[in-house]
Ligand binder design. Structure first.
Ligand code: TYD
Length: 202
């Protein structure tokens, strides 16, 4: 039997990952896998309530980090682990790399503290593969300018987004076996081909 895989999607707001989720699900399903598609913060009833608070209320960056991991604990216990245990693939729109990028990279929470929470909440659980949608900050900001009402993160400035991008690329550099960096500043068709190539190796 093929080992179930835990796949995560990451990238700055406006990098376009949401656009590709349906296609990724379809590719995995076409290979006969059950696919559980989920997201963070969120993915559970409690997690979605925490998401509302996280995306719309200002708070200390460490409070934000703790709430992200509280939502994540529930998500792992009630969605991710049961799905992997029954042999399903799990596709999560964001996971812990986002906490490293946003709460540490952009907001300055210490990496050590995030590592402690990661160890506590995840134990040995890590994504098998992470697709990082990468675009220059100007592209991300231009895409967001045309989007629906921005949440608190999407209202941040270029400096904030630059820090996120740098932190994500550093995560990719530090975890080369797990990460695939996708140049998302290309046509949808070109990005789709890259995604298909990456998935064919999983
Ligand atoms: P996002 O995934 O971009 O959803 P949508 O496409 O609906 O806007 O929004 C989630 C936001 O949460 C995003 O701005 C990044 C932020 N976030 C963190 O700051 N830390 C985290 O650990 C996670 C999972 C998300």
């Amino acid at each position: 039997m093929i080992k179930p895989k835990f796949i995560t999607l990451e990238g700055m707001d406006g990098a376009g990952k949401s656009t590709h989720i349906a296609n990724i699900i379809a590719i995995l399903q076409s290979r006969g896998h059950e696919v559980v598609s989920t997201r963070e913060p969120g993915g559970t009833g409690l997690g979605e309530r925490l998401r509302e608070i996280l995306l719309h209320e200002n708070m200390h960056a460490e409070t934000e980090t703790l709430l992200m991991f509280a939502a994540r604990r529930e998500h792992i216990a009630t969605v991710i682990q049961p799905a992997l245990a029954r042999g399903a693939y799990v596709l999560s729109d964001r996971f812990t790399d986002a906490t490293y990028a946003y709460q540490s990279g952009a907001k300055g929470v210490s990496i050590k503290k995030i590592e402690l929470l990661e160890q506590w909440v995840q134990g040995d659980l890590q994504p098998d593969a992470t697709l990082l949608f990468d675009v220059p900050v100007e592209v991300s900001l231009a895409r967001l300018a045309g989007a629906r009402a921005p949440d608190k993160f999407e209202r941040e400035n270029a400096d904030f987004f630059n820090k996120i991008r740098r932190a994500y690329l550093q995560r990719a550099k530090d975890n080369p076996a797990r990460f695939s960096v996708i140049d998302a500043n290309r046509s949808l068709a070109e990005v789709t081909v890259s995604i298909e190539n990456i998935l064919s190796t999983l």
